[in-house]
Design a protein around this ligand. Structure first.
Ligand SMILES: [Zn+2]
Length: 332
């Protein structure tokens, strides 16, 4: 499906099969002398076909296009290597472009096993094989141009201001067009579902704290239409941001309750298994590996935030993270 949002400015729907996100909204602007493409979808057959069909329908030639990838996840960056080889100019934030390049290697994914053990997983090293981030990622090296806060990307009458919104990922990019009051939100604000917040190690700032700050950062922008990367368009961004603030506070309280009811030190995986998730499987052991991982890393983002505020206690024992309530009489 292609929908014209504004003159020569299109929302192109790319399917993400068997994925709870359902589809990606790629935005394409057809200019007089060049084109602008924002996000690509997964590097998998169904998504790739839809993406290239949209290019053909709109008569957009990759070789005459600038491609902005809002953030590192494979559902946004999956075709970046291929588009680079077809002659497109690629744009990323400095940090995220480098991470996408690193994640093309096996070595990088091996390093994520360390996090897996820290969360208390005992699974074998093929744990990430079916993770869409690995299975459908971009392959092959590429060069990119760095986008920074307040840079302006112009195409015909559109002038997009670059806004960095760390939280969902370390240096995600949003694009604001002040004249039209259109705001490309990537995965920062989504309708229906809540953006996933993860943990990548203590070398990064506390992502949930950054995320909440990045929501505050854009709250007062004058926006007539927010264009998210998944699901439906957002007409009242402040209402949705208020709901997201509330969602995370409820999640934080849920975790505090789990820790205080269990009266034991808990691993990230144990906490995640007791949290409520919108997934068909009823038992934690029935969750597919990829869903276990998403749940655990989201739980860790909240645990990291709570420990940082001294609302809970964290211990590291034999390389495994343990969390406990401040009011516990610990049994173990
Ligand atoms: Zn996404």
């Amino acid at each position: 499906m292609i929908e014209e949002i504004s003159k020569n400015y299109y929302r192109c729907v790319i399917p993400l099969p068997q994925n709870p996100l359902k589809y990606l909204n790629s935005y394409m602007i057809k200019g007089k002398d060049k084109n602008l493409i924002i996000d690509t979808g997964f590097n998998r057959k169904e998504s790739r076909e839809a993406f290239f069909n949209h290019l053909e329908t709109l008569r957009i030639d990759p070789a005459n296009s600038e491609v902005i990838i809002t953030h590192l996840h494979a559902d946004h960056s999956g075709l970046v290597g291929e588009l680079y080889r077809l002659g497109a100019r690629i744009f990323f934030s400095a940090l995220e472009g480098e991470i996408v390049k690193m994640e093309t290697t096996e070595r990088c994914w091996k390093s994520y096993y360390v996090l897996m053990r820290q969360y208390g997983f005992q699974e074998s090293e093929d744990f990430f094989e079916n993770n869409p981030g690995k299975a459908y990622r971009s392959l092959g090296d590429f060069e990119f141009v760095v986008l920074r806060e307040n840079d302006i990307v112009s195409i015909d009458d559109y002038h997009f201001q670059v806004i960095t919104v760390p939280g969902h990922t370390p240096e995600m990019i949003n694009l604001y067009e002040p004249e039209q009051r259109l705001y490309i939100a990537a995965d920062h604000v989504l309708n229906i579902i809540t953006p996933h917040i993860s943990f990548r190690g203590f070398q990064f700032p506390v992502f949930l704290k950054q995320y909440l700050n990045s929501l505050k950062k854009i709250y007062n922008y004058n926006i007539s239409l927010m264009l998210p990367a998944h699901r439906t368009l957002i007409f009242d961004h402040r209402k949705r941001i208020d709901e997201l603030f509330k969602h995370h506070e409820v999640r934080l309280q849920e975790i505090e309750r789990i820790l205080s009811e269990n009266q034991t030190k808990m691993t990230v995986q144990e906490v995640a298994a007791q949290m409520r998730w919108r997934i068909d499987a009823k038992k934690w052991s029935d969750y597919p590996d990829a869903q276990k991982w998403f749940a655990a890393t989201e739980a860790m983002a909240h645990l990291d935030y709570l420990a940082n505020l001294n609302r809970i206690k964290m211990d590291i024992i034999d390389g495994v993270f343990y969390f406990s309530s401040l009011n516990n009489n610990l049994k173990k």
